[in-house]
Design a protein around this ligand. Structure first.
Ligand code: SF4
Length: 258
């Protein structure tokens, strides 16, 4: 790795560590305050977080993360006891009517039904027990993988969010991978860590190579950067704190002979 890239990596990690030490803040998953309140209430509705993670595929994230709130409204309760009494057909009804909550409402209804049953039978109905015994990161990812419909991408994302936003302590962070999405992909490649056309697996291994003890640590800084200054068109490099070390503005300057 060239010295500039090494410096950039080190400074990104320092900044991420600084942010992770700050007190936990309310997380805006959707643009809906009530929906976000349920998702932030890991004490009373930890299963809402699990259901939202499970639903977060093949539709926009904001829509998926609204599902626990919508289910609460349609069912009239979101207690685990009430949900545990529902059959697959009941979930299909509430997922479909009056309007579909997901692109694949029946499939998702089944996944949610089995998730509730899994929480009841393996965690005494308390989804917090999935993460509140200070598990190893690999254990936590594996526990999410045990839910029907959850693959490595969702399991890693769920683990990453619990660590990054909810400050859930783990005994190690080796298996908390970077959560590759369009923001991360764009910023990571502009900075010069991966080629522009890099695939998700490549980016994941690159992050592991860069910071093996916690590869997902880059998400803490990069995701927000991608949503604010490092936009797809016309990145605002003049406003970016990483511009001096980032390869994108430097390459542009050399191309213009400045
Ligand atoms: S300097 Fe520009 S290209 Fe690099 S991360 Fe910042 S906004 Fe993105």
């Amino acid at each position: 790795m060239n010295p500039t890239l090494r410096r950039l990596r080190n400074r990104l990690v320092e900044e991420a560590k600084r942010r992770l030490k700050q007190p936990k803040q309310f997380v805006h998953f959707t643009h809906h305050l009530e929906a976000d309140r349920i998702l932030n209430d890991l004490e009373n509705f930890p299963h809402a977080f699990v259901i939202a993670c499970i639903a977060d595929r093949q539709i926009k994230s904001e829509k998926a993360w609204l599902i626990p709130y919508e289910l609460k409204r349609r069912i009239g309760s979101f207690s685990i006891g009430r949900l545990a009494k529902m059959k697959i057909g009941d979930f299909k009804n509430v997922m479909r009517r009056p309007s579909p909550l997901h692109r694949f409402p029946d499939d998702m209804a089944e996944n949610i039904f089995y998730a509730i049953q899994h929480i009841v039978h393996h965690y005494d109905g308390d989804a917090k027990k999935i993460w509140n015994d200070r598990p190893a990161s690999a254990t936590l990812v594996r526990r999410f993988l045990e839910f029907r419909g959850v693959g490595p991408k969702i399991a890693t994302m769920a683990t990453n969010i619990l660590v990054r936003y909810f400050r859930v302590p783990l005994s190690d962070y080796y298996s908390v991978d970077i959560s590759v999405d369009v923001q991360i992909k764009r910023v990571f490649s502009r900075m010069g860590f991966v080629p522009k056309e890099a695939k998700a697996d490549y980016i994941i291994y690159r992050a592991r190579e860069l910071w093996p003890e916690y590869p997902g640590i880059f998400d803490v800084v990069l995701w927000e950067l991608g949503r604010t200054v490092c936009r797809p068109q016309e990145p605002k490099c003049q406003e970016c704190p990483w511009a001096r070390l980032c390869s994108y503005p430097n390459k542009k300057q050399s191309a213009h002979g400045t």
